[in-house]
Structure formats: C-alpha cells, structure tokens
Design a binder for this molecule. Structure first.
Ligand SMILES: NC(=O)c1ccc[n+]([C@@H]2O[C@H](COP(=O)([O-])OP(=O)(O)OC[C@H]3O[C@@H](n4cnc5c(N)ncnc54)[C@H](O)[C@@H]3O)[C@@H](O)[C@H]2O)c1
Length: 271
C-alpha cells in the first residue's frame, strides 16, 4: 500500500461480483481501499456488496455496503447522499455497473435493447448526475467501456457493443461539462479479461483463445483493470480527462494475422 488515494472517498457501483472470484467492481473497491480510500460499495445485491466490504475490512480497510439500483434516479440520489453522510465527501465515482447481452441483429428485442442501455449507459448518467454536485474539486469519475466498443463480434452482442461505444462518447461529454468544476471524467476499456462475468460460459479452449488474443499473449484479470482505475482516480492523473484507456494486452491495436487477435473463437463471447 502506498496511500495513493489517502483521505479520499470512493463510490464504486456494482462493487460485488456475480460469481466466485474477482470482477472489475470488486477489484477496484479493494485496490481503492488498499490505497487509502474509504469505499462506498454499491450493488443491487446486498450480499455481493457485503462480501466486498468484508474482504476490505479483513485487510483493515474502510468500506461500507449500500444497496441501490443505479438505473433508477432516486436510488442514485439516495446513494450519493448516503455516501456523504457516511464519509463526509465524495472524491471518486467508479461507474462499473454493466450487464452483458449476447443477442445479434437477428435476435435483439426492443426490451433487451432498452434493458442494456439502461444498465450500461443510463446508469452512468444518473449516478454521475447525483454524485458530482456533491463531489470535491479534484474529483474523478471513471466509466467502464469495453473492447466491444471498437471491435465487432460478428455473431453476438449488438446492444452490448453499442452501449459500450456510448460510454466513450458519454465520457467525453461529461468531461466537457464537469471540467470547469475541476472534476475529471475518464474511461477504461478492458479487453477480454477473465472474470466471473464471462467465466461460466467459457470452455477451456475459448478461455485460452481469449487469453492469447492480445499482443502480449497473457490473460488479463480484473486486477489489471483496477490498477488503471487507481491511476485515473489518483492525483497522478490530474491533467487527464475525457480519455479512454484500453487495458487489453494490445488487442485493440493489433492487426489480424501475425499477432493473431482474430484467432477463431477469440471474439465469440461477450466481454
Ligand atoms: N469481464 C470482462 O471481460 C469485461 C470486459 C470489458 C468490460 N467489462 C465491464 O466491466 C463491468 C463489470 O464488471 P464486473 O466484473 O464487476 O461484473 P459483475 O457482473 O461480476 O459485477 C457487477 C455487479 O453489478 C451489480 N449490478 C448489476 N446491475 C446493477 C444495477 N442496476 N445497480 C447496481 N448494481 C448492479 C451486480 O449485482 C454485480 O454484483 C461492466 O461494465 C462490464 O461491461 C467486463
């Protein structure tokens, strides 16, 4: 621990993980706490949020759990007020909530489309709208996009990809609107990392294909994403706003062929 976030208060939405293991929200909450922040762990699911809090407290970190649906405006207002009541300030908002969607053009329904946009895009707007008026100057908002925003999945994930591309645009728009108050807004686009979000539908072969799809030929984890969050949340990134950082072993900049990012199966699952 190097106290890079000492004295700061962080809200992490979707701070639990949907299954055993460590997802992006859980990893960010844990690293924020290790770096000295007090972490407000928000999740629809109380047990998942509490599990992350327990892990942080077991390391003598400071955290509390809060149940909210961040697709709902009133819940977002409750969340932001409760964070300030508990810890007196807000410095960091990590908009981590996102749900997968595997339907391609031929299958996607209006209901699925709206549900994905609500969970992945509306949630970011509502949480940021509620939290940033209470945020201290020098605050940081971090949004979660995906490699799916800029690389096509030929047979799946139409709404998911669209929602994650929207997050990149939303990040730019929010950076423009909040920069005057000294609040930075940035985005992380993870590549095909291995987390509980994808674990249950990956065969060993598909997992291996994803793991070696990037130039670095190494599997990524939620910790890789969370370290990028620590940097963007910290004052080390004080001159960076409106940016999207790809944490993807070079997958987004590789040409097909020699580097092998388009190996069969590499793109056939939502990430
Ligand atoms: N795993 C990958 O390969 C990968 C790749 C790129 C991007 N991402 C992005 O990472 C983010 C999620 O990461 P994770 O690993 O923490 O996922 P996760 O599904 O394990 O955990 C997310 C948590 O969010 C909660 N949640 C869902 N909807 C909610 C809502 N409306 N309000 C409050 N909480 C809600 C869930 O209960 C869950 O505990 C998503 O935005 C996802 O798109 C993941």
């Amino acid at each position: 621990m190097t106290d890079r976030l000492k004295g700061k208060v962080a809200i992490v939405t979707g701070a639990g993980s949907r299954g055993p293991g460590v997802g992006n929200g859980k990893a960010a909450a844990i690293l924020f706490a290790r770096e000295g922040a007090s972490v407000f762990c928000v999740d629809l699911n109380a047990e998942r949020a509490q599990e992350t809090v327990s892990l942080i407290e077991a390391e003598a970190g400071v955290a509390s759990a809060f149940v909210a649906d961040v697709t709902n405006a009133e819940d977002c207002v409750r969340m932001a007020r409760a964070a300030v009541e508990r810890y007196r300030r807000i410095d960091i908002l990590q908009n981590n909530v996102g749900i997968p969607s595997r339907q391609a053009l031929g299958q996607v329904t209006a209901e699925e489309w709206d549900a994905v946009m609500a969970a992945n895009v509306r949630s970011v707007t509502l949480a940021t709208q509620a939290a940033t008026p209470l945020m201290a100057e020098g605050g940081a908002v971090i949004n979660l996009s995906s490699i799916a925003a800029v690389r096509a999945y030929p047979s799946t994930s139409l709404a998911y990809s669209t929602s994650k591309a929207a997050i990149i645009g939303l990040t730019v728009a929010l950076a423009g609107q909040l920069g005057g108050r000294g609040i930075r807004v940035n985005c992380i686009a993870p590549g095909q990392i291995y987390t509980p979000l994808v674990a249950d539908r990956l065969t060993p072969e598909l997992r291996q294909a994803r793991a070696t799809a990037g130039i670095l030929k190494a599997e990524g984890t939620a910790w890789d994403v969370a370290w990028a969050s620590v940097f963007l949340a910290s004052d080390e990134a004080r001159w960076i706003t409106g940016q999207t950082l790809f944490v993807d072993a070079g997958l987004s900049i590789a040409l097909p062929g020699e580097a092998g990012p388009l190996a069969p199966g590499a793109f056939s699952s939502t990430s």
